[in-house]
Ligand binder design. Sequence first.
Ligand code: AMP
Ligand code: ZN
Ligand code: FE
Ligand code: FE
Length: 277
Amino acid sequence: MGKADLHTHTSASDGALHATELLKKIKEKGLKTVAITDHDTIKGYLEGKEMAAELGIELIPGVEMTALWNNREVHLLAYMFDENNEDFLMLLRRQKRARILRMGAIVEYLKSTGIDIDLDEIRAESGHGNVGRPHAAAVLIKKGYVGGVSEAFIRYLSSEKLKDIKTEYASIEEVIKITQLAAGVISLAHPGPIYSRKEIEALLEKGLDGIECIHPSHNFNVQRTFKKLAESKNLLITGGSDYHGTGKSDYDPYLGIVTIGEKYIASLKRLSERRKN
Ligand code: AMP
Ligand code: ZN
Ligand code: FE
Ligand code: FE
């Protein structure tokens, strides 16, 4: 049985590698199936298609969506959606705009703490990709305000520091509904380090299709607990490395190591097929 990685990032969001480079690396690791799940964009997925075909890698449609739930930003992994579905594409355009507006508000916050920074610098850091906090962190490092990414998050960019910033990300209900109407399936990303058991139950009740049980932030016991939970609720099991390739993420060593079996991909596909009819 081949192995799959259903959680990777490219330079279309906050990953370091272009999709083509990522796929070459994935080929070296011997993976059969991969989803490129950039933050709120399918650009990396689209950019990777040709190279995946050339390398004989199965690239499945994917994206890591940011959704609002009780004033919190939650990450949801969407797969196997119809990439031409107009409502789905419109949602991605909205999310892109929400990211830019939010980064504008983050810049205002940083300025209010005395930091000399502007939105253009951060957008330049994000290149052709969707802007995100790691790009702001990179500018803070370059300018000498912090020594590294972790420090940037702890001192300036954590959810706690930014809790008063209102964002225009879509609600969890909308993200789930629009994804499923586009024949997509949607899984709760890396729940382990983030939510209490009660919160997970509440999130799942929103109508999610699966749980990302396998993730570098989940130790073996956590994986097993989530797998049991998914099975007991008849939910899909997803997993991947959350590779960003920046060399700064704690998860980067796990490309090719944190993987799932291909049988789980078949379940995703079955559910998506059912939604097409
Ligand atoms: P954003 O998309 O702007 O919400 O930024 C979220 C991304 O920032 C995550 O996907 C991670 O890549 C990165 N990130 C979040 N928290 C941290 C942290 N404490 N240290 C380093 N990177 C982080
Ligand atoms: Zn990220
Ligand atoms: Fe995430
Ligand atoms: Fe991620």
